[in-house]
Design a protein around this ligand. Structure first.
Ligand code: PHE
Ligand code: NA
Length: 504
């Protein structure tokens, strides 16, 4: 007898957890710069178009699949059609890759929360401190992939893994649900204080001007539109199997589209707030250094681990800004990481019929070990950078493209999914939704995939040696597809959840 499928305590816990997954590093360190680069205030137009025509429709698509077929990604796709199971495993494997490096960034941010309190890096030395003192970076072209252990990265990484393993082992309701109930309100409060505080920094107005000043010409550039769509997919965590998995833990009678709208707008709200906070702080930094905002605007690792420490060094009350900023990265990151891990844990639980704790340990311990082995060494940053770029461009985009084509054009499931969504939902979907999923989404995703491919073939990514890109870039992407096919070929365990969920 298989145990009953786990469930969230209530729809609100589900919504909060879905927001917890969506709000992540992307909102804080990616969106502000994407918007700034893509026309500032004018970027609102491609952004809203991407949100309304692709992000939200795909969110509904994921919810519909997970809730209708009530399973982890592989099980849900398998129940849709036996031959569709590899799509689910492909998503699971993408989550494996992301999990091993997402944990690393959380560990860095945790250390920087600590460093901020005492300005460990020494003012004026932020760049060297990050690469040389903290990461002890070595050049992959010279040393290959190193195994030299860097304790100040490795030790917080162990702590992060222990924490998330603990949360995962407690299960959907007591672990994931409760962690989000605690962390998300905390994150919101910290974030609000951070944004208000940064607005009072001298030079903040300049930063906001730079962020919001509309550059209408950007709208004529297709690359700007592409970046808006690319950002929205990542930001809403669609096509990762996450929303499929989470919505499988919802009660039968649930307003799916209403929930989706709340999640999508909460995520956007966070991004815009982050844009304001980040650019206010960059405005301060520009003023302090006597340059303009364009000279200091950046994103990702450079923003978080070099620009922000500089701001922390220079601002009055900088340590508080640093603790709030890095603390926010940690909390936003943890709630996203547990959603990524849940995709993997749920998939194996379903396929093998194992219990929660056993599956959690069997999934998480190897991931933690791989994450330690690759990323607490001196070549961490090159591996992380490459894996991230390739899994985004050819993992997520590709699986989303194949999924919408298979579901819409081969399996003709959109009418059934529409009907499922409309059964309980406050916001009805219809022909427009089917067109957006079946036609617009494949076109946009296809375009993004092909342009990404051309770009990465034309020029070796990041200037890394080709053997390195071959292994951690192309090799990894191809391996995911092959392993997904292999896993689909394995038989479902006798105690698997495949057949006997009483509510399916
Ligand atoms: N949506 C998250 C963000 O905006 C990123 C993420 C991707 C989270 C994949 C979970 C899984 O940062
Ligand atoms: Na997001």
């Amino acid at each position: 007898q298989t145990p009953r499928r786990e469930a969230f305590g209530s729809r609100n816990v589900f919504i909060l957890s879905a927001i917890g997954s969506a709000v992540g590093l992307g909102n804080i360190w990616r969106f502000p710069y994407v918007a700034y680069e893509g026309g500032g205030g004018a970027f609102l137009i491609p952004y809203l178009c991407a949100l309304l025509t692709a992000g939200i429709p795909l969110l509904f698509f994921d919810y519909a699949i997970g809730h209708r077929f009530r399973g982890s990604a592989p099980l849900a796709f398998r129940r849709m059609h036996r031959a569709a199971e590899p799509l689910g495993w492909w998503q699971v494997l993408i989550c494996v890759v992301i999990a091993v490096y997402y944990a690393v960034i959380i560990a860095w941010a945790a250390m920087y929360t600590w460093f901020s309190a005492q300005l460990t890096w020494g003012p004026g030395n932020e760049n060297d401190f990050f690469f040389t003192d903290f990461l002890q970076s070595a050049d992959v072209a010279v040393v290959g992939v190193s195994t030299d252990f860097v304790p100040q990265v490795g030790i917080p990484l162990v702590v992060v893994w222990l924490l998330v393993i603990g949360i995962m082992a407690l299960g959907v309701k007591r672990g994931i649900g409760r962690a989000n109930m605690i962390l998300m309100p905390l994150l919101t409060v910290m974030f609000a204080i951070l944004v208000v505080q940064s607005l009072f920094l001298p030079g903040a107005a300049e930063g906001l001007n730079a962020f919001f000043a509309p550059n209408w010409e950007a709208l004529a550039n297709p690359a700007v539109w592409a970046s808006a769509y690319g950002h929205i997919f990542f930001s809403l965590s669609v096509a990762f199997g996450i929303m499929v998995t989470y919505s499988s833990y919802l009660k039968r009678k649930t307003d799916l589209t209403g929930s989706g709208l709340v999640v999508a707008f909460a995520n956007s709200g966070f991004e815009i707030l982050a844009g304001i906070g980040v650019f206010a702080a960059l405005g301060f930094m520009a003023q302090a250094q006597g340059t303009d905002v364009a000279g200091v605007a950046t994103s990702g690792i450079g923003l978080a681990f070099i620009a922000f420490p500089t701001i922390v060094s220079q601002a009055a009350g900088g340590s508080i800004i640093g603790v709030l900023f890095f603390g926010a990265l940690v909390f936003a990151g943890i709630t996203s990481l547990i959603s990524i891990l849940e995709v993997i844990v749920a998939a194996l639980q379903d396929k093998l019929g194992w219990g929660r704790i056993r599956t959690t340990l069997i999934v998480s311990i190897p991931l933690a070990v791989i994450s330690m082995a690759l990323f607490s060494t001196t070549t961490a940053i090159s591996v992380l950078d490459t894996a991230d770029a390739f899994v985004n461009a050819f993992g997520i985009m590709a699986v989303a493209l194949v999924a919408v084509i298979v579901v819409a054009w081969f399996l003709h499931k959109l009418p059934a999914l529409t009907e499922h969504l409309n059964r309980r939902s406050s916001f009805p979907v219809g022909t427009l939704w089917k067109i957006l999923i079946g036609v617009l989404a494949p076109l946009v995703l296809g375009y993004l995939l092909v342009t990404g491919l051309i770009e990465k073939i034309a020029e070796p990514y990041g200037g890394y040696p080709s053997w390195f890109i071959g292994v951690f870039g192309w090799g990894m992407v191809v391996a995911l597809v092959l392993i997904a096919l292999l896993l689909s070929a394995l038989p479902w365990g006798t105690r698997s959840h495949a057949k006997d969920d009483p509510e399916y």
